[in-house]
Design a protein around this ligand. Structure first.
Ligand SMILES: [Zn+2]
Length: 52
């Protein structure tokens, strides 16, 4: 079993996890009910799917 030689400092852990942050999701408004929905998905509120 591998044992870590030294404990990571708080700043080192934070620096590593800085890049794990999720990107902000892009929301578009539904053409039918104007609620915020995910693009390329059917609307959660009215089930409408916008086709180009
Ligand atoms: Zn809708």
């Amino acid at each position: 079993m591998v044992v870590p030689a030294k404990r990571n400092s708080r700043s080192k852990v934070k620096r590593r996890r800085l890049h794990q942050k999720l990107k902000e999701i892009n929301l578009v408004s539904c053409k039918k009910c104007n609620n915020k929905i995910l693009p390329h998905r059917a609307c959660n509120f009215c089930g409408y799917f916008y086709k180009e």
